[in-house]
Design a protein around this ligand. Structure first.
Ligand code: AMP
Ligand code: MG
Length: 408
């Protein structure tokens, strides 16, 4: 049996990133950038108005107020998308809408609320003095041309997508998504929607894996429920070895009489790197490789499967896409945590920030590896290496936030 650290480093040594491909902007959501994105032009691209109003020469508005307005001559209109070729002369102004180019000669905008308003009249009354530069967005004030906006390895979320569009990127180079097979094994498994007999259970792991795989941003290409039967296992696993970058299975890797998964992997030529890890839950964790396909055999108990996915499989999905791993944090326990003498202990838990800004946490009260409902009240996984004594309320512990849940 190896330690969690050894298991993690064996896995890391077997990861080869998958390379990149070009996709259209509309398909970049949740993908990982394979290129640095630079500004193709300064932002703003040209001096433009931040408000609807009048472009003026500030000097012409000196002394203007409500009781003694300055009267300026209308030289034209500059609207967003339709710049004008007006050049303001002394005592002239131009109507200038938000986002529209500032006419040459103008050096400030007076907002329409401080004037007699937009009209077709040849003049306008200005009720307030303007300062040079007021309400003007200057070329390049946000971003200079060629600045790096988003670096390689960043996951594309709505902000990145909008920024790519802002700078005219339609084709974007992104990391290839891992192709993944998810299998659950067990002759007792029944699909939700069917009647269940004594001794049978509904298959939860396939749905859980599908959701977790989606959170990891991978492409699930095979998804199967397999009976504890060597032939079906062999057929489906060998197909997955041909087509997938990662195979994830649950169940059938323990010491049970019908636990054939490990044997079938071995027969199919998978190189086994480890099979047991000193951890609870998830001790019978299998990891192997066949050519470039990585194989994870997770134990069948739903909590073991869930935690092994989050702790072992999810980071691999990130590494394959050269994405920065999600950070773990240190938090203060508000309750005792049951440390194991020889095993790394993981438990679902809840974390929150108290009124003083401290990150606190507590383990879920349901601790069994079959108790998946513990995940419902949880937003993180708490973990402690083996030790002689349990951790007490007030002690620090490592937490791994479930990145689709908020820390309260
Ligand atoms: P195993 O690792 O195959 O010995 O399974 C351990 C426990 O997890 C057994 O009680 C199984 O019935 C249960 N189990 C295995 N696979 C699933 C699944 N897909 N969904 C729910 N429970 C499962
Ligand atoms: Mg089983």
């Amino acid at each position: 049996m190896i330690s969690v650290q050894e298991a993690q480093s064996i896995i890391s040594n077997n990861i080869q990133p998958l390379g990149f491909e070009t996709v259209s902007l509309k398909n970049t959501g949740n993908r990982v950038l394979a290129q640095d994105i630079t500004a193709t032009f300064p932002m703003p691209q040209f001096d433009n108005s931040a408000m609807d109003g009048f472009a003026v020469r500030a000097v012409d508005t000196e002394g203007a107020d409500k009781s003694s307005p300055v009267i300026l001559k209308m030289a034209g209109v500059s609207s967003a998308g339709t710049p004008s070729d007006i050049i303001l002369k002394p005592s002239q102004c131009a109507q200038c809408m938000t986002g529209a180019a500032i006419p040459d000669g103008a050096d400030a905008i007076v907002i329409v609320e401080n004037t007699s308003g937009f009209s077709d009249a040849g003049t306008v009354q200005i009720f307030q003095e303007a300062n040079i530069g007021e309400h003007i967005r200057r070329q390049g004030e946000e971003i200079e041309k060629s600045d790096v906006l988003i670096s390689r390895g960043t996951c594309i979320t709505p902000g990145e997508m909008g920024t790519l569009a802002t700078f005219g990127y339609e084709k974007v180079s992104v990391m290839i998504k891992p192709k993944v097979a998810i299998f659950v094994t067990g002759s007792e498994l029944v699909e939700p929607g069917n009647k269940i007999k004594i001794g049978q259970i509904y298959n939860s792991n396939l749905y859980m894996f599908a959701g977790l795989a989606e959170k990891s941003g991978v492409e699930v290409v095979m998804k199967e429920v397999i009976r504890d039967d060597k032939d079906s296992l062999r057929r489906l696993l060998s197909e997955a070895l041909q087509t997938c970058d990662v195979i994830i299975s649950s169940g059938g890797v323990s010491m049970g009489r019908f636990d054939y998964v490990r044997e079938v992997y071995n027969k199919l030529g998978v190189q086994e790197y480890f099979w047991k890890v000193a951890q609870k839950p998830g001790k019978p964790l299998f990891f192997g490789r066949a050519e470039s396909t990585l194989i994870f055999g997770l134990p069948g108990n739903p909590v073991s499967s869930f935690i092994c996915y989050v702790e072992y499989v999810h980071p691999v999905m990130q590494d394959l896409q050269q994405k920065k791993r999600d950070p773990k944090h240190q938090a203060i326990l508000t309750e005792n945590f049951p440390v194991e003498s020889k095993k790394h202990r993981y438990l679902f838990g809840r974390s929150w920030i108290d009124s003083k800004g401290k990150l606190l946490c507590s383990p879920a009260s349901k601790m069994g590896s079959h108790m998946l409902t513990a995940s419902l009240e949880s937003n993180c996984i708490l973990e402690s290496p083996p030790g002689k004594q349990g951790l007490k309320a007030g002690d620090e512990i490592t937490i791994n936030p479930l990145n689709w849940r908020n820390i309260e």
